[in-house]
Design a protein. Structure first.
Length: 458
């Protein structure tokens, strides 16, 4: 048995034209492992590797490769090799590849497909870009309700080889979806039992026109590996499997994280985004935050006299103001994610407000106590505790309670407001929360300080 080799060793075997050893090594590898190896090889070596792989393994390996690697392979490989791989790829993986390529390249590649695969590719590409139809595959197994279990199992042995999954079988009548059965049900049933005896007519399905986000929601709700895709008349068009839905979920989560960080969603991997494009994606909200900083400066200007009279207020200000922003960001993160998962809706706004008022108050009390102790201990170690010390500590305590509570309310309500106005909650919330926390935090802090410290240190 030949041990598992790494990319430089494969490169040496290719240079020595020891193709027999390479085939022996690759016989034990999975497509996902081969795809990782291909990414580490030089471009000319990648082509050699794909020519040495069996057709079906080459197609599966190509599906696991990163987009830039796929594009390089399509450019470097001979036309007949490209045609072989594309014809053997699963329809859904091939459609995802075509979505990322320029239109003229797609047109050329489609012409390399067989008549049957070309029809499938054109059919899937005909659906809207972000629809379920783009994710589905026509590779599935159907059975008829008048068949016996034994007939169905015989049918699976003959036609199941190319199916995307054999976990679920679909019962149709004149092309219309009637039900779905798990293979487990057939394996445990009597061979003489009829398919219709196992049916409950409760098959859940997605519409081909549904947005891909709907597929993510349904897979999460139903905890399924595969779901059928139908048209408005419930004609079975294909199936969508969990691996494709996980890709969509990953893209959604990535986009949401980027937007929440004040960055427009990147359409390419971070390292591949051109510098000017990366700057443009990040500039919008930085400008918004910078302009928001003008409001912060204005608010500070209102209390310039108090700051001059009590430098300690200015020293404690970053500590207190940042707590409101941090609490608001926490609340916004929780609410945005709950909205994305469907755990809450805009109609739940009052329940959310009540929870965040309570949470903000308790968190504010916790931080307020720490702030109170910080002022007291600092004074005790420095000039000694006086009446002014207790009053300043009280200002810090009350300010933290007020600012943290206000921050949590703002953090929870802004995503709901943005969604209500038709904006993306993740894209809009973080920058506005930062500005809100700074401006209102300053107003709250110095208002309480003016109220309690006038005539003492002001």
């Amino acid at each position: 048995m030949v041990g598992r080799l790494i990319a430089p060793e494969i490169e040496e075997l290719i240079a020595a034209r020891d193709f027999a050893t390479i085939r022996e090594v690759f016989a034990e590898w999975q497509p996902v492992e081969l795809a990782e190896l291909v990414a580490d090889l030089r471009e000319e070596s990648r082509v050699v590797v794909f020519r040495l792989l069996p057709k079906d393994v080459a197609a599966d390996t190509f599906s696991y490769c990163e987009l830039d690697t796929q594009q390089e392979l399509l450019h470097d490989m001979a036309r007949e090799d490209v045609a072989s791989i594309l014809n053997d790829m699963s329809a859904d993986d091939r459609t995802q590849l075509f979505e990322e390529l320029p239109g003229n390249v797609v047109s050329e590649l489609i012409n390399t497909l067989s008549a049957e695969e070309r029809a499938i590719a054109l059919s899937l590409l005909n659906y809207p870009e972000d629809s379920v139809g783009r994710l589905m595959t026509p590779d599935y197994v159907i059975v008829k309700r008048h068949w016996s279990v034994q007939q169905a199992l015989d049918h699976i042995r003959i036609y199941g080889k190319d199916s995307e999954t054999l976990n679920v079988l679909y019962v149709t009548e004149h092309g219309t979806l009637k039900d779905e059965l798990h293979i487990r049900e057939l394996l445990l049933a009597s061979p003489d039992a009829r398919i219709e005896d196992l049916m409950d007519y409760r098959a859940e399905a997605l519409l081909a026109s549904d947005p891909q986000e709907k597929a993510v929601e349904e897979f999460r709700r139903l905890d399924r590996y595969a779901l059928p895709v139908v048209d408005a008349d419930r004609k079975l068009l294909g199936i969508i499997t969990l691996d494709d839905v996980l890709d969509v979920a990953e893209e959604q989560a990535t986009e949401e994280m980027q937007k929440f960080g004040g960055v427009q969603a990147l359409e390419e991997p971070y390292i591949d985004v051109p510098l000017l494009e990366l700057v443009r994606k990040r500039a919008t909200w930085l400008v918004v935050l910078f302009i928001g900083g003008f409001l912060t400066a204005t608010a500070l200007g209102v209390f310039a006299t108090q700051i001059e009279q009590a430098v300690m207020l200015a020293l404690l200000m970053p500590l207190i103001i940042s707590s409101g922003g941090n609490a608001g960001s926490q609340a916004a993160t929780l609410v945005v994610r709950a909205l994305a998962l469907g755990e809450v809706t805009i109609a739940d706004w009052w329940r959310i407000v009540r929870r965040e008022i309570a949470a903000g108050f308790l968190l504010g009390c916790l931080l307020g106590v720490l702030g109170f102790l910080r002022v007291g201990i600092s004074a005790a170690l420095d000039t000694g505790i006086t009446t002014a010390t207790w009053l300043l500590a009280t200002v810090v305590f009350l300010s933290l309670i007020s600012i943290v509570t206000a921050g949590t309310i703002a953090g929870s309500m802004l995503p709901l407001l943005m969604k209500r106005l038709g904006f993306d909650p993740a894209a809009s919330s973080a920058p506005f929360i930062a500005t809100f926390s700074d401006v209102f935090g300053i107003l709250i802090y110095f208002s309480i300080a003016t109220l309690l410290l006038t005539g003492v240190i002001l």
